[in-house]
Design a protein around this ligand. Structure first.
Ligand code: 48H
Length: 258
């Protein structure tokens, strides 16, 4: 057992995947539940997809369940997505089911990677590339660079479609707004910002809000409600899963029409 062989194995295999991910069909910023579901459905349909996640672990806000009680609620309309991954759930009441948030995140992550998606953790999207009024890729850096407040220039990956799945922060949309002004396809042209908690409305509107917000840039999950100014919904996750599924459909059509 040679430590240098182990080191070479890790470096070579990582670099191969990273270099290969510099030309993508779809780049996804954020590996929370909506992004993972979106990536999975895209990869299942033959798209070349990579995800860039700022934190050490994937899953975004899901592992914490509701106020650190690690269970999530999912409504019947999203049950088929948990079934697709083989995630267990228990019927609670009416059209509501309860699942273990850790089982859900780990199974979504495993299914997504097995479907062919490359996930790069500890890497963040800090900017985008724009050509002729279209988003054409993501600008990447190690999260540790910004955490340590270092000045280190980034690298880039080209993508036919970029998806902002950064959750409450709506980071990719905010960077686009900052760089080109109020040109997003929202009422104001800007990121409107999420409204206070109202589960029923938040869950209903998230599906409509999942769409192209600028040529080549789609928004899914909590970021969709943040960008278009809809309410948050607390620890019900069906909307996130359905938004990811819808976003995959939209992204696939855009890739195929290019
Ligand atoms: C790379 C980034 C960057 C960046 C952020 O927050 P998430 O879990 O997002 P969703 O939309 O899949 O799920 C939302 C859900 O977890 C939630 O918060 C709900 C339902 N809230 C309701 C309420 O009322 O509060 O995941 C987003 C991920 C995170 O892992 C971030 O670390 C990551 O995106 N991220 N990754 N580059 N610039 N910004």
């Amino acid at each position: 057992m040679d430590e240098v062989v182990i080191s070479r194995a890790i470096t070579e295999k990582f670099m191969k995947d990273f270099i290969d991910s510099m030309d993508l069909d779809v780049a996804i910023a954020g590996a929370g539940p909506s992004g993972l579901v979106c990536a999975y459905y895209l990869a299942k349909q033959g798209m070349k997809v990579a995800m860039f996640e700022r934190h050490l672990r994937v899953g975004g806000g899901m592992p914490g369940g509701g106020m650190m009680f690690n269970r999530i609620v999912v409504q019947k309309q999203a049950k088929h997505i948990l079934d697709e991954f083989g995630i267990s759930m228990e019927h609670y009441k009416d059209d509501l089911y309860v699942a273990d948030s850790l089982e859900t995140v780990s199974t979504l992550c495993s299914g997504t990677i097995k479907a062919g998606v490359k996930i790069f953790n500890l890497m963040q999207v800090e900017d985008v590339m724009i050509r002729k009024d279209r988003i054409t890729g993501v600008v990447l850096n190690w999260s540790a660079v910004s955490w340590s407040k270092l000045h280190v220039d980034p690298l880039a990956a080209r993508a036919k479609v970029v998806i902002d799945a950064t959750g409450h922060d709506t980071e990719v949309c905010k960077v686009v707004e900052r760089k080109i002004g109020p040109k997003l396809k929202t009422k104001t042209g800007t990121v409107i910002g999420e409204k206070s908690m109202w589960a029923e409305v938040g869950e209903a509107e998230i599906v409509d809000n999942t769409k192209e917000v600028y040529p080549g840039l789609l928004v899914c999950g909590m970021a969709a409600n943040g960008v278009f100014g809809s309410p948050r919904m607390g620890a019900i996750f069906g909307g996130m899963l359905i938004s990811g599924e819808k976003c995959a459909e939209l992204a696939k059509k855009i890739v195929q029409n290019q």
